[in-house]
Design a binder for this molecule. Structure first.
Ligand SMILES: [Fe+2]
Length: 317
C-alpha cells in the first residue's frame, strides 16, 4: 500500500561489465525474464510477480554500479506536483519527455545530495504478472532460478565525513521526507554524542524500507534487493546460488534492522544483490522510528552474530 504519492520502487539501472554474463545471472539465478532491448544495447527485465514491463535495466559499461534508480508515482498530476516540490526544496529537475525511459510516460530526473541520480515517472507499459489476474496459481511454473517476486529496495552508500561536516545520509533523508513524502523507519546514530545520523531506512509503502542510505567514504551502490516469500525460500535460493557458483557475500541471515531474512551475493560485475524475505513489520508514518546505537550497529545488520562480516561495508560499486 502506498502511503505517499510515490507508489513504489520502479526500477534500477545497473552498469555491467559483461552483458552476457549479467543476463545469465539476472535470468537463471534471480529468475527474471528479458522483456525488451533498445538501440543502445540496454537490456530490460522483469520479475514474474511484477506488473510493469521492467524493474531492472542492464547497461554495458566499463565500471560496475548504478546509473540511476527510479520510483513510480501515482499519476501525472502527482509527477508535476513532485517536480515543483523538488525545485522548491532547492534541487534542479530535468523534465523528460515520454519515451526517454523506454515504454514510460514523462519522467523527472534529479540528483540526490549524495550524487545518486533518481528518476520519477507515473506511467510504464504493463505486461501483467506471469500468473495473470483470473484464477491465478500462486506461482508460475515456467520461471527459472529463485523466482524472485519483485525488486524490493536498494541501499545506497552516501558520502559521510563528519569532520568535514559532510553527511549526505542526513541530507538525502531530509529530502526524501520533505519533498517525496517518505518516512523514516529505522536509523543508526553514531558519534560521541550519538547525534550523527549514519544510516537510514525509509518507506513510501508499508514495508520496512523502500530505500536505505548508509554513510561511507564515497557514494555508490551497496545493493539492490529482490523479494522472496519466506525463510525456506531464502535457504533454497542460497542452495541454487551455490550450485551455480554465484559468489555469496553473506549466507542466510536475519537482519536486526527491518527483521528481514537475507542473503547477500554478487552479480558477475560485482554489483551486490540481496534476497529479502518476510514482512519484517507493518511500517506506518505514525510508528516511531527505531534507533540503533553505534555499539549495536552490527547486531542491527547481522542479528545472530552481531559481528562485522568481511568486506560488507567496504566493498561496493
Ligand atoms: Fe537490503
Amino acid at each position: 500500500m502506498s502511503i505517499s504519492g510515490v507508489l513504489r520502487i520502479g526500477h534500477i539501472n545497473l552498469r555491467v561489465l559483461d552483458m552476457e554474463a549479467a543476463l545469465d545471472h539476472y535470468t537463471n539465478i534471480l529468475g527474471m525474464k528479458q522483456t525488451d532491448a533498445d538501440d543502445h544495447g540496454n537490456i530490460y527485465l522483469k520479475c514474474w510477480d511484477e506488473v510493469d514491463k521492467y524493474s531492472v535495466i542492464l547497461s554495458k559499461a566499463d565500471k560496475a554500479g548504478m546509473d540511476h534508480i527510479a520510483y513510480k508515482v501515482a499519476s501525472e498530476a502527482e509527477l508535476n506536483t513532485y517536480a515543483q516540490r523538488i525545485r522548491d526544496y532547492g534541487i534542479e529537475v530535468a523534465e523528460e519527455a515520454a519515451g526517454t525511459l523506454l515504454s514510460c510516460g514523462p519522467s523527472l530526473r534529479f540528483t540526490l545530495p549524495s550524487g545518486h541520480v533518481m528518476r520519477l515517472y507515473a506511467e510504464k507499459e504493463q505486461l501483467g504478472t506471469a500468473v495473470g489476474t483470473t484464477n491465478p496459481p500462486p506461482w508460475p511454473t515456467d520461471y527459472p532460478g529463485i523466482k524472485a517476486h519483485w525488486l524490493d529496495h536498494a541501499l545506497l552508500m552516501c558520502e559521510l565525513n563528519p569532520e568535514k561536516g559532510v553527511n549526505t545520509v542526513a541530507r538525502n533523508s531530509e529530502f526524501m521526507r520533505d519533498a517525496l513524502d517518505f518516512f523514516l523507519t529505522e536509523q543508526v546514530m553514531v558519534g560521541p554524542d550519538g547525534d550523527i545520523q549514519a544510516a537510514t531506512w525509509m518507506a513510501c509503502t508499508n514495508t520496512p524500507h523502500d530505500i536505505a542510505f548508509v554513510g561511507a567514504p564515497k557514494s555508490g551502490l551497496h545493493h539492490c534487493a529482490f523479494f522472496l516469500d519466506e525463510w525456506y525460500d531464502v535457504l533454497k535460493a542460497a542452495d541454487w546460488m551455490a550450485m551455480n557458483n554465484v559468489k555469496i557475500d553473506v549466507t542466510p541471515q536475519r537482519h536486526g534492522i527491518t527483521r528481514g531474512y537475507t542473503i547477500y551475493f554478487f552479480d558477475p560485475s560485482g554489483n551486490r544483490n540481496e534476497t529479502f524475505a518476510g514482512l519484517g513489520y507493518m511500517a506506518s508514518p505514525d510508528r516511531p522510528p527505531i534507533t540503533w546505537t553505534e555499539d549495536q550497529l552490527w547486531r542491527g545488520i547481522f542479528y545472530h552474530t552481531g559481528e562485522e562480516a568481511g568486506e560488507f561495508t567496504s566493498v561496493y560499486t
